[in-house]
Design a protein around this ligand. Structure first.
Ligand SMILES: [Zn+2]
Length: 88
């Protein structure tokens, strides 16, 4: 039985979290990359951050790309979220 607010992540694990927690974690990573490594905002997630479309040079400098990379490494992104972001 799934706990309330749980969902299957891409890794197949169940992630029990406070709604919006993943988004807040991404925002913190996004802002920290600006501060610590001087990233830029070439594109936000809702605009599409697919490296093939954004270009490798811009993806490496893009704060949103790093935030999503960290979320993906933590297994916090669902297949649907990844598919949606990659389509743009
Ligand atoms: Zn930013």
């Amino acid at each position: 039985m799934q706990a309330r607010n749980s969902r299957a992540t891409r890794s197949g694990r169940l992630s029990s979290h406070v709604p919006g927690q993943t988004n807040w974690a991404r925002i913190v990573v996004h802002e920290l990359t600006h501060r610590e490594v001087k990233t830029k905002d070439h594109a936000y997630e809702h605009q599409g951050i697919n490296p093939r479309k954004l270009g490798a040079d811009k993806a490496l400098e893009n704060a949103g790309s790093w935030a999503w990379f960290c979320a993906d490494c933590a297994g916090a992104l669902t297949d649907g979220v990844i598919k949606n972001a990659s389509a743009r």
